[in-house]
Design a protein around this ligand. Structure first.
Ligand SMILES: NC(=O)c1ccc[n+]([C@@H]2O[C@H](COP(=O)([O-])OP(=O)(O)OC[C@H]3O[C@@H](n4cnc5c(N)ncnc54)[C@H](O)[C@@H]3O)[C@@H](O)[C@H]2O)c1
Length: 352
């Protein structure tokens, strides 16, 4: 029984679908259904006997404790977080609350529960903290990619709050012996990503004939990883990672933001030429705007440790994966239209 926090989000829902399809694990998904949590992403698996959902906040110790008492998990995969850098710049408080206080609360409840287990169960237990490459700050164009030894240098309120949570998790291992593993991942893309993030934002704005806003000169470099490759890596880290270690997971695929936006425009010309609204070409909609404050210029991940020690490799080719993602958004308007209208928030009533 794996307790997954944030399982109604982009990566969490992909992880749950993966675990139910490819393993025998049972899952309890603890999610507060914040603006980015969407149970529609789990519609296909909601009736599985191996899947349970609890509507709860990781900052609420009593609710979290009830989940541990009822489901007696053998592992925790902690994904619940506030995850959007722009929102953290506008208002950081939810980030401090969920990412720091929420992680602390979860660790404390988990530690108390873990301390009651038998010696064997204690040794087999894992707390897997899912973190980001953004805790390492950014790189100049000629610097070597982030390794597990890279020092922390977070730039945004989001990455600073994730760095804080990493430190808490590592301290709970060192001080209390909680068996933790940590993973740091680069930018994910794929189906079911909330429309505020670069790739879905660009696809949906293009289809609506709205400006495709690009920060600064658009030359910021990101290392894109398909979300299905990420969740496969997460399960490898959970099941084969060494306690107390961290693992970097990356796509080995560095692309500038403007190249991503141009590629999406080209794909839409092929896949949805008739959907253009008030423009001759999708690329006409590209609009440069003032750069984001503190914007990181380049991220790149050295994933050689997880490759060598756990045998993980990314399998998706970025060009093909991006094309499939654009097609998924074109083919699944029901999923994103409810988000754009806000109706998806009504769907949660009665499901908690
Ligand atoms: N998306 C990426 O590219 C990326 C890359 C590296 C690491 N990560 C990390 O992976 C994790 C998941 O990211 P994502 O993109 O799926 O995010 P997301 O925003 O899509 O999902 C976050 C989920 O957490 C839930 N949540 C938020 N606050 C909560 C709270 N207080 N209690 C319980 N649940 C709460 C939300 O309802 C949502 O379902 C995050 O920890 C993020 O830092 C993401």
């Amino acid at each position: 029984m794996i307790l997954i926090t944030g399982g109604a989000g982009f990566i969490g829902s992909t992880l749950i679908r993966y675990l139910l399809a490819h393993t025998q694990e049972s899952i309890v998904n603890l999610d507060a259904l914040s603006y980015s949590g969407n149970l529609d992403s789990l519609k296909d698996v909601a009736n599985s006997e191996r899947y349970h959902f609890v509507h709860a906040d990781i900052c609420d110790a009593n609710s979290v404790k009830q989940v541990f008492d009822q489901f007696k998990p053998t592992a925790v995969m902690h994904l619940a977080a506030e995850s959007h850098v722009d929102r953290s710049i506008d208002n950081a408080s939810a980030f401090m609350q969920t990412n720091i206080i929420g992680t602390f609360t979860l660790l404390e409840v988990c530690r108390e529960y873990w301390s009651t287990l038998t010696t064997d169960a204690k040794a087999a237990f894992r707390f897997h903290h899912i973190s980001t490459d953004e805790v390492f700050g950014d790189l100049s164009s000629d610097e070597a990619p982030f390794s597990e030894q890279t020092s922390y240098k977070p730039s945004s309120p989001y990455s600073a709050s994730k760095a804080s949570s990493d430190h808490l998790v590592n301290a709970w291992h060192r001080t209390y012996g909680l068996p933790v593993v940590v993973s740091h991942c680069s930018n994910n893309y794929g189906p079911y990503q909330f429309p505020e993030k670069l790739i879905p934002h660009t696809i949906l704005n293009a289809l609506a004939g709205k400006p495709l806003t690009v920060y600064g000169n658009g030359l910021q470099v990101r290392d894109w990883l398909h979300v299905e490759d990420h969740v496969r890596g997460l399960y490898q880290v959970l099941t084969h990672g060494e306690v107390g270690q961290s693992y970097n997971i990356g796509g080995l695929n560095q692309v500038t933001n403007i190249d991503v936006v141009n590629s999406i425009c080209e794909l839409l010309e092929q896949l949805a030429p008739e959907a253009k609204q008030g423009c001759q070409s999708y690329a006409e909609l590209i609009t440069y705007v003032d750069d984001r404050p503190g914007h990181d210029s380049r991220y790149a991940i050295d994933a050689s440790k997880i490759q060598a020690q756990l045998g993980w490799q990314p399998e998706h080719d970025f060009k093909l994966g991006l094309a499939a993602t654009v097609k998924w958004y074109i083919d699944n308007p029901c999923w994103w239209q409810q988000i754009l209208t806000g109706d998806y928030r009504l769907n949660r009533l009665g499901k908690g």
